[in-house]
Design a protein around this ligand. Structure first.
Ligand SMILES: [Zn+2]
Length: 211
């Protein structure tokens, strides 16, 4: 039975709220995607395999170490647990990983196009989009390539699969995922209108980046 301290319970409740919101917004079909929060330096609260993100309860989470050993909870971690732990291992500043399957972000990437940042929120929250080629879910290749891409980006597209958005809090990681998908939707519309140049003003972007 998971657990224990109030802070871990709150982390689960926060992820459950994010999961429900992500499904409502169509950022993932309900049984896809997985979410995690770092609850100690090398301990990760993560959704269990096969859970539905719009109805996450306490038993749908477990706590694992960086080798995937369950240290609290009854269930098995998501098959994507390595994606989460490898990212935490290389990004000491990251305390949450949000993995969703946002359709327009994947569509833009599949077309070989870059997701363009259009608004101040895109510039502030997304800043940079990194990508990996396709690797099967649950593999070391996927986990390592996504972790490596996250070294200098907080939003990573994993081709033909999904995104991994990271942040110091779950709220920030999710805000980045929302803005990533909105930027992709606006990019799609720009291309549909025949526009290939519109972007957030470069000078203002540089100021934000160096803030
Ligand atoms: Zn996935």
């Amino acid at each position: 039975m998971i657990t224990t301290t109030g802070s871990w319970r709150r982390a689960g409740e926060e992820l459950a709220a994010i999961g429900a919101d992500a499904v409502t917004r169509g950022l993932v079909l309900a049984s896809g995607g997985n979410l995690s929060t770092r609850v100690a330096e090398d301990r990760v609260l993560i959704t269990c395999g096969g859970t539905w993100l719009d109805r996450l309860g306490r038993d749908d989470f477990c706590v694992i170490d960086f080798d995937g050993n369950v240290v609290d909870g009854e269930g098995k971690p998501s098959s994507e647990w390595k994606l989460h732990t490898r990212t935490y291992q290389v990004r000491g500043d990251v305390n949450s990983v949000i993995h969703l399957h946002p359709q327009t972000s994947l569509l833009i990437d599949a077309l070989g196009l870059d997701i363009r940042l259009l608004t101040m929120d895109h510039a502030n929250y997304v800043r940079k989009v990194a990508r990996t080629d396709f690797f099967h879910n649950g593999t070391d290749e996927l986990a390592d390539s996504a972790a490596s891409a996250a070294l200098d980006a907080n939003c990573v597209i994993m081709a033909h699969h999904g995104c991994s958005c990271v942040g110091p809090t779950a709220q920030m990681a999710y805000r980045r995922a929302l803005n990533l998908e909105q930027a992709a939707e606006m990019t799609y519309r720009l291309h549909a209108l025949g526009n290939t140049t519109a972007e957030f003003p470069r000078e203002a972007f540089e100021r934000i980046r160096h803030k």
